[in-house]
Design a protein around this ligand. Structure first.
Ligand code: ADP
Ligand code: MG
Length: 397
């Protein structure tokens, strides 16, 4: 789960991290009061969407010369004017994809006098099985470009979970970031704070880009992006409150209600599969035959008829879906249950696109018989290869 910058900053502030004063607003009418509550004379109006690259982003509805999704403002009036221009419009950044994201809230923040922009993130390093700090002096801009062009400017420091962030770790990170004086002193508290927040809140990513050294020599968290590990969500009800459903795909929200592992994609072949590995293989083979999957979907091992029905409904509700491939290997899952679920769903929502079904395993005969007797126009397939070719042909034909 992701949260907005202003929420991430509030959380880090609770842990004692240095962040600027700011106010989140949902309508332009709130902009003036928000700005007046800040010291000024420099303000920043920041689009709150679950994607980075906002500063360099462009609003779809505005002229290409208009300013991006993070704007400096030099007066209260300027804050209000920018808020009016930004709210409700669609921001397209490197991370949103061409469709962009609607800006439904803004963060009005105290402007900082920036001396240096640094990069600092924490993530779970699968290689070492530890939390790592990944830092660079080249912050504020595209860290992917830094990684590609000057990888030596990125330094990784992994943290021993038994010891936490030691003085030696802080020294190593600070030296990589060339911190001196007050900044180096601030670092002694900031890096342990970031680590504490990361581990206590079960984050999977905490990215501060930029972490800045201000003109006065002190550090400040200027941007914050946080993702949480969904598997630990049950321990953090306070964090569940921060979820913003307007940022999520409606189909994925529906799927999560039914405990289905579903990820919306851009293609036109809807997939219903059991097992994540088989789901990945199914997507691969669809691509091999020249088409694109519309989704990843693992209905799970012991899915009920209701769950299968829900899954089928989610797939058919996607307007991009021009064909459906059901690929089930019945181990724990029974093929007759799948067949009944498919039929129940088709009865409810209809079937307007070709449907290829490949069933194998437990109760496969019964499952196939149920489909045959249903009168549905089901194209049956014998194996994965056959199934993929048939659905691709049906969609292209
Ligand atoms: P994004 O990464 O989505 O583009 P950031 O929050 O990193 O958004 O903002 C982009 C840039 O805007 C920063 O690199 C910084 O130069 C500037 N900026 C952001 N917040 C402030 C602030 N409070 N004061 C001054 N400049 C800021
Ligand atoms: Mg940033």
């Amino acid at each position: 789960m992701n949260i907005h910058e202003h929420q991430a900053k509030a959380l880090l502030k609770d842990y004692g991290a240095p962040v600027a004063a700011g106010v989140a607003i949902f309508s332009a009418d709130e902009a003036e009061a928000a700005a007046r509550s800040l010291p000024g004379p420099l303000y920043v109006v920041k689009s709150q969407i679950h994607a980075g690259g906002r500063g360099k982003g462009k609003f779809k509805e505005l002229s290409p010369d208009a300013k991006g999704g993070v704007r400096l403002a030099k007066s209260v009036e300027d804050v209000v004017a920018n808020a009016r221009e930004m709210l409700g419009n669609t921001l397209v950044t490197k991370q949103t994809g061409p469709a962009g994201k609607q800006v439904n809230r803004l963060y009005i923040e105290d402007g900082a006098d920036i001396a240096r922009e640094l990069y600092c993130s924490l993530l779970v390093d699968r290689g070492t099985g530890r939390v790592s700090f990944v830092v660079s002096t080249e912050g504020g801009m595209d860290i992917e470009a830094v990684a590609a062009e000057t990888p030596d400017k990125i330094v990784t420091v992994d943290i021993d979970p038994d010891k936490g962030v030691t003085d030696a770790d802080v020294a190593e990170i600070s030296s990589a970031l060339k911190l001196e004086g007050d900044a180096a002193n601030d670092a002694k508290s900031l890096f342990p704070i970031l680590y504490k927040a990361f581990t206590e809140k079960d984050m999977s990513l905490l990215e501060v880009n930029p972490l800045i050294v201000m003109d006065d020599g002190h550090l400040r968290v200027l941007d914050a992006k946080v993702s949480f590990d969904n598997n630990a969500a049950f321990r953090h009800e306070d964090i569940a409150q921060l979820r913003d459903l307007t940022e999520e795909d409606a189909k994925e929200i529906e799927a999560s209600k039914h405990d289905l592992s579903y990820v919306a994609l851009d293609g036109n072949i809807g997939c219903m599969v059991n097992g994540a590995g088989l789901a990945m293989a199914t997507m691969d083979i669809i691509k091999l035959y020249g088409a694109e999957p519309a989704n990843f979907l693992d209905v799970g091992g012991g899915a009920s008829k209701e769950k299968v029905t829900a899954a089928f409904k989610i797939i058919t509700a996607d307007p991009n879906v021009e064909g459906i491939l059901v690929n089930i290997f019945g181990g724990i899952m029974r093929c007759d249950v799948i067949a009944e679920g498919v039929i129940a769903a088709v009865k409810e929502v209809g079937l307007k696109v070709p449907l290829v079904v490949r069933l194998e395993g437990t109760r496969v005969k019964e499952g196939k018989a149920i489909l045959d007797q249903s009168g549905l126009n089901v194209i049956s397939a014998d194996d994965l290869d056959d199934a993929a070719q048939k659905i691709v042909a049906a969609v292209k034909g």
